[in-house]
Design a protein. Sequence first.
Length: 197
Amino acid sequence: MTRSSYANGPGILVWAALLIGAALAHALAAQGAGEEGTRLVIRQTARISVLYFSAAFAASSLLRLRPAPWSRWMMRNRRWLGLSFALSHLVHLAAILLLLRIAPDFAIDTATLVGGGLAYVFIALLAATSFDGAVRRLGVRTWRALHKTGMYYIWIIFTFSYLPRALASTPFIAPTVLLFSALGLRIAAYRAARQSR
């Protein structure tokens, strides 16, 4: 792998895996492998997921609003940013399942189970159809509809999870602002596209 390839394509997924690995190592060192360490992994992977999701969610809008080398890089690597999000959230799910086993008082209510479960269905579908062959098989129109619906649904689930916490706890403010900023960029790009017609 060349030096530049680490900053593009699959190299982005490698960096994401290293970041997630560092979060796991930090959680183990800080809280151990029990309940508290698992809860820390859940929080850290959720924040990593929001970061990668927001980057993938806003990439095309940033390119439209601010064409520059960095926004072209984001758009060119949007697929890999999205796959990095999927990887992080897979680890997040694994930590939740582990916590269900080791923490007797931890439970998931029905609304969270249904809403979050559907989000994971979308994550799996988006990851599975993120390659060019899927676009050809599904057709551009169906592929776009699936990805647009999935991304907005995941945004809603993240926002419902983070917004109430942000109103009560400072550490949740930054991810919430990031989510709303990404949505704001999409709205601004949509308006810019309508005005240019």
